[in-house]
Write a protein of this length. Sequence first.
Length: 80
Amino acid sequence: MPAVDFIKARNKQEYFTAQDWKDLANITEHAAQETKHLIAKVGRASYAQTVGNNTPDPGATVVAAILHAISEVFSKANQK
């Protein structure tokens, strides 16, 4: 949700800047880390043992990684 909220806050802009992509990637990374302490209540993860599980949600982590990659592309494009 933090990523969606960030995008909604920028919806008046004509386009995302390289800095916007970087900020979005950082917000998403932080949000992914915040999932470490959540307990799954539905889905496949809810059936697994949660003994000592201090791992961020894999889906949230992948979204953060993708957004970091996009951010790097835009950052490099801006340097040219």
